[in-house]
Design a protein around this ligand. Structure first.
Ligand SMILES: Nc1ncnc2c1ncn2[C@@H]1O[C@H](COP(=O)(O)OP(=O)(O)OP(=O)(O)O)[C@@H](O)[C@H]1O
Ligand SMILES: [Mg+2]
Length: 416
């Protein structure tokens, strides 16, 4: 069903008002929102209701009505002005048009004329309809187990994105992303949340700490206390706002399925599920996938990557994929010295040392997210011992453990 055309009427004469009201009521497209004879009051109503059109009659009140038209024409451009009058003299029509009226409706109303006016208002509405706001792509780098390298990956991934990117630290109690970028932010997400009612582009930009011409950071609060005030719906609102200002928003959420993390994951277009190749991390990734399924996330939203991969690790990547039931789409080599040096210097490798294997792999993952396809290299020889241990533990877990419910998963202590 198409949107109704909404109207308000200003009429000093009760007869004219009733006549217009019943004419509008006879057309299924029209809906009357308000009416009256006080131009000041009606002006306030128009500001509040933002109708598609205001029908303003010209009678004994002509000067006052023309003044209202002029005011509406300059201040409420989304509302079309229709002048209505019994006196359809060329002089009055001209004055009404000069005051900003788009249409002239003769009284008493002729139904064909009203039909034509409604058609024109309908055209006007489609012309002034606001264009939908652009929405940047949101990518959460997530692990339900700490220490897998999500902050390291998120900060590098943000630097690998091809367009304007905001990195957001959602570890609200103890965020450390400024260190990864060598920044000392003055403001944090707590300031954005506090001022969310009056956020415009300039204010958003003032709370964000620039790292490079393309990458900026929205830091976690310095004081853990201010994090307590932040609710999931605030985070949702702030992230939606950021998407309007940046082509990409990269999130580093907490490692639990708390309400704020869930709000962020729900909103994300992609979840880069990060694990390391040890049994606790693989188990935790598998549990995260189960929870994503229960939350109704399509599997296409999740991209699994392995961090700190090394040839020395005694396992077969095919087996990891089989165990998780999903392909691993990227793996970052383990290079402690390179990783720690870049973190200590506060310089993401993608920019400071792009020739490293870690940086190259991050670039490849970024390309996959932004549109290019990637291929995994075949893993090397199969190592049975590791896998038999993992599957053995998994069989034992399934036999003994009760099913994990989503409610339980919302409790951080269960999801860890
Ligand atoms: N590819 C890698 N090779 C070697 N070391 C790495 C690699 N990636 C991350 N690390 C190291 O792992 C440590 C933890 O990384 P990071 O802080 O990014 O993890 P996290 O998942 O964010 O942890 P936290 O639980 O603190 O949020 C860092 O000290 C970093 O040097
Ligand atoms: Mg971290």
């Amino acid at each position: 069903m198409t949107q109704p055309l909404t109207f308000v009427i200003l009429s000093t004469g009760l007869d004219s008002f009733k006549e217009i009201r019943s004419a509008l009521a006879s057309d299924s497209r029209a809906r009357l929102l308000a009416g009256g004879n006080d131009s000041e009051q009606l002006y306030d109503e128009i500001i509040r209701l933002k109708p598609n059109a205001a029908i303003i009659t010209l009678g004994p009140n002509t000067e006052q009505a023309l003044a209202l038209m002029e005011r509406l024409a300059s201040e409420c451009q989304q509302t079309a002005i229709i002048a209505g009058a019994r006196d359809a003299s060329p002089d009055l029509i001209l004055r009404a048009m000069r005051a900003g009226a788009r249409e002239f409706l003769r009284l008493p109303i002729i139904s064909e004329e009203l039909e034509t006016v409604l058609d024109r208002i309908s055209e006007f509405c489609s012309e002034v309809a606001p264009t939908p706001k652009k929405k940047g792509r949101m990518i959460a780098v997530f692990s339900s187990k700490g220490g897998c390298g999500t902050s390291f990956v998120a900060s590098n991934l943000a630097c690998a994105m091809p367009d304007s990117t905001c990195l957001v630290d959602l570890n609200l109690q103890a965020g450390d992303l400024p260190l990864f970028l060598g920044l000392d932010p003055k403001y944090s997400i707590a300031d954005v949340v506090e001022n969310r009612a009056r956020l415009d582009d300039t204010l958003v930009a003032s709370y964000i700490t620039p790292y490079s011409s393309r990458v900026s950071l929205l830091a976690a609060p310095r004081e853990a206390d201010s994090a307590d005030e932040i609710e999931p719906e605030h985070v949702f609102e702030v992230l939606e706002r950021l998407r309007e200002n940046y082509a990409y928003v990269v999130l580093d959420p907490q490692h639990t399925f708390d309400a704020i993390t869930l709000a962020a994951l729900d909103q994300s277009d992609d979840i880069v599920l990060t694990l390391t190749l040890d049994i606790p991390a693989i188990r935790s990734a598998q549990r995260a996938l189960e929870i994503f399924d229960r939350l109704g996330y399509p599997r296409s939203k999740v991209r699994i990557i392995v961090n700190r991969w090394s040839k020395q690790i005694d396992l077969d990547l095919h087996q990891v994929e089989k165990f998780l039931g999903e392909p691993v789409v990227g793996f970052l080599p383990s290079d402690y010295q390179v990783a720690v040096t870049s973190i200590n210097l506060g310089q993401p490798l993608v920019q400071s040392n792009p020739s490293t294997r870690i940086a190259a792999e991050i670039q490849r993952i970024a390309a996959a997210i932004t549109g290019e396809s990637i291929h995994m290299e075949e893993p090397k020889a199969e190592r049975r011992n590791f896998w038999s241990a993992l599957f053995r533990r998994e069989r034992a877990r399934k036999a003994n453990a009760p099913a994990l419910h989503v409610r339980e998963s919302l409790n951080p202590s269960v999801s860890r």
